[in-house]
Design a protein around this ligand. Structure first.
Ligand code: SAM
Length: 293
């Protein structure tokens, strides 16, 4: 069988080929006990470790008493380092690629390296482990039969609102990364884009002492984070359920429009205008809005 390995075989020996191998090694996202036995074996045995931040990785290695040659491969030098790394593999050296936390390439550097290695036929193997997106969705209570990971939310408000609408319209659970300094602005945009009642799940500080999951409407989440601003700090994964194929459901853009119109007119009239504008049934819209209220 091509490319098969026994469970105990780390795949670091080069008996069959003179060429080396690239290992894409996941590291913990907070709790160091989440490092796998296989990650430790690979990190101890490779010739070179290519790390996003050498100081960060050296701390991890020294915690596990691993001595290794560590070089920096990050967003700013990755393209140039990729061909250097390929040369080492050609010379028979084994290389491990790690990022600061979690799985490399998942909103982390490594794409240029892995892409080039694959293009040139080098052997690339994952050493799987922690990934914040997967850890978060697995405990979110949201549907996991179909989901999408869509990286960090955009920095600009308008782009962010469109991003949330697209995520929702995908019809599947969406997982995104969010930074602590942007979380409140992002939630304001989420509220504007999808309405006050939009369900959302936040997973924070996974695997660490202050690990938190919050599940509720976007307004409830904003209240929760505003009550105690310390709750806004830390590493955050945000998740949204996708739009359900429910014929009676009101599209979020209709709710948003009706909410805006309601400031100037009665609900029935607002529903009439929204129904005309969005080509929806006025009575169904009015009934659904009354239920929502
Ligand atoms: N490669 C990493 C992975 O596999 O999850 C992600 C790296 S990305 C640069 C960092 C972002 O991941 C953080 O801003 C946060 O959104 C998310 N993240 C990382 N660790 C986390 C944790 N312990 N709890 C919650 N989110 C985390």
């Amino acid at each position: 069988m091509a490319n098969s390995q026994k469970p105990t075989d780390l795949g670091t020996s080069n008996h069959q080929s003179a060429k080396g191998q690239l290992f894409v090694v996941a590291t913990p996202i907070g709790n160091l006990e989440d490092i796998t036995q296989r990650a430790l074996s690979v990190l101890s045995s490779v010739d070179i470790i290519a790390a996003e931040d050498t100081r960060h990785t050296n701390k991890l290695l020294s915690h596990f008493s691993i001595k290794a040659k560590v070089i920096a491969v990050h967003d700013h030098n990755e393209k140039q380092k990729a061909s250097e790394l390929l040369d080492w593999l050609d010379q028979g050296l084994n290389v491990a690629l790690v990022s600061d936390a979690g799985t490399p390439l998942i909103s982390d550097p490594g794409y240029a390296v892995v892409n080039l290695c694959r293009e040139k036929g080098a052997k690339v193997s994952p050493i799987p482990g922690a990934c914040a997106a997967i850890a978060a969705v697995s405990c979110s209570g949201l549907a996991t039969d179909r989901f999408q990971f869509i990286g960090f939310t955009p920095a600009k408000s308008k782009a962010r609102q469109e991003f949330f609408i697209d995520a929702y319209n995908s019809g599947m659970t969406s997982i995104m990364y969010e930074s602590t300094h942007r979380i409140m602005a992002s939630l304001d945009d989420l509220k504007l884009a999808l309405g006050d009642e939009q369900k959302v799940v936040l997973a924070k500080e996974l695997t660490k002492s202050f690990e938190t999951f919050f599940s509720g409407t976007v307004v409830e989440l904003i209240d929760f984070l505003t009550e105690d601003t310390a709750r806004q700090k830390g590493e955050i994964v945000l998740m949204l359920p996708g739009k359900q194929a429910d014929k009676n459901a009101i599209p979020p853009e209709a709710i948003k429009l009706i909410q805006l119109l309601q400031a100037e007119m009665p609900l029935k009239k607002a529903c009439g205008i929204a129904a005309d504008y969005l080509d929806l049934k006025k009575n169904a819209l009015y009934k659904a809005m009354l239920e929502l209220e």
